[in-house]
Structures are given as structure tokens and as C-alpha cells.
Unconditional design. Structure first.
Length: 197
């Protein structure tokens, strides 16, 4: 009799176990579904935050350009005419100070200086000034005279610049390379474009 009861209870237990498994699977699937839904919501939120960040960065860049344009316009329209007028009025021995001031103002507002200092962060302030002078066609002796240093010092600075621009040991023309810098990512161009002759 007890054997029959035990045998009769066994299919019931199996059915209960099966129901339990189905319920557990349904619960797991619901949890998985909820987790996926949450992940999708987080992914959407991240995309929106990323888009907002890109928009903000673009706006900051636009504002920076506007400020730079405004500074350049003020230098060109206000300061430079005053310096030109001052240059005609002062004694010849003091004209070099006005020339130096004009040169520094031009460097500050130069898109070349801004671009090269961002592209090559390892260049020193002196090397960036030498780059600007080389770019506009000044030779080693002229740069040395203007900077009140020896031509050998300028030659060493030029060699250091070539190393930092990754063109040392090549026949790449430094002035041509720097001159092409504003028209695009010069440091990524094939060096053959900047060879002598």
C-alpha cells in the first residue's frame, strides 16, 4: 500500500519539478529581458551624451575661432597702424623694438603658430619662433641677427626642429615643409613632396 502511494506521488513530484523549472526559466528570461532593456536604455543615454559632448566641443572650437578672429582683426586694424605710425616717428636705433613688437604680435595671432604648437607639442617656444622665421623664407644668418644669437645656435635649433618634425636625415626642405603646413596636415604627407630642387 505504501509502495503504491509512493509510486503515485512520484509523477506529481516530477510535474511540480517541471513546473518549477518552467517558472524559473520564465523568471530568468524576464530578468534577462529587463537587463537587455536597461542596457539598451543606457546605450541610448550614452549615445545622447556623446552627441551632446561633440556638439559642445564643436561650439567651443567655434567660439575659440571667433575669439582668435576677433583678436587678429583688432591687432590688424588697431595695433598695427599705431605701430606703423610710431615706427616713422622714433629714432632709428629704437625702431628694432617696434619691429620686435610687431613680429611678436604677428606670431601671437598667427594660425601657423597655433597649428604647429598643437601638432608638435614637443617644440619649444624658441623653436616655434624659428619655425615661423624659416617658413617666411629667412635664412640662418638673418634669424641669428634678428634673435641676437650666433648662426651656429640657429643651425642647432634647426636640426632640433627637423628631429622633432621627424624629417632629420632626409632631404626634406624645412622651409617648404613648414610652408605647406597651413594648407593641410603637413606632418602626415609623404616627404617626397618637400624635397629640394
Amino acid at each position: 500500500m505504501s509502495t503504491q502511494v509512493h509510486a503515485a506521488a512520484s509523477p506529481r513530484d516530477e510535474a511540480a519539478e517541471q513546473v518549477g523549472k518552467v517558472v524559473q526559466r520564465a523568471r530568468t528570461e524576464r530578468q534577462l529581458h529587463d537587463t537587455l532593456k536597461q542596457l539598451q536604455a543606457e546605450r541610448t543615454s550614452l549615445r545622447q551624451a556623446n552627441a551632446a559632448l561633440h556638439a559642445m566641443l564643436a561650439r567651443i572650437e567655434d567660439e575659440k575661432r571667433e575669439v582668435q578672429d576677433s583678436i587678429m582683426a583688432n591687432v590688424d586694424k588697431v595695433l598695427m597702424p599705431v605701430l606703423h605710425a610710431l615706427e616713422t616717428e622714433i629714432p632709428p636705433r629704437q625702431k628694432k623694438y617696434v619691429a620686435w613688437l610687431k613680429e611678436n604680435l604677428e606670431e601671437i595671432t598667427s594660425p601657423f603658430v597655433d597649428g604647429i604648437s598643437k601638432a608638435f607639442t614637443n617644440l619649444t617656444a624658441v623653436e616655434i619662433r624659428v619655425c615661423e622665421m624659416v617658413r617666411i623664407g629667412m635664412g640662418t644668418k638673418e634669424i641669428a641677427q634678428l634673435r641676437h644669437v650666433s648662426p651656429a645656435t640657429v643651425a642647432r635649433q634647426r636640426e632640433s626642429i627637423r628631429r622633432k618634425l621627424n624629417i632629420a636625415g632626409t632631404d626634406t626642405n624645412l622651409a617648404t615643409y613648414l610652408g605647406a603646413f597651413l594648407s593641410g596636415p603637413a606632418h602626415r604627407r609623404p616627404r617626397e613632396q618637400y624635397r629640394y630642387g
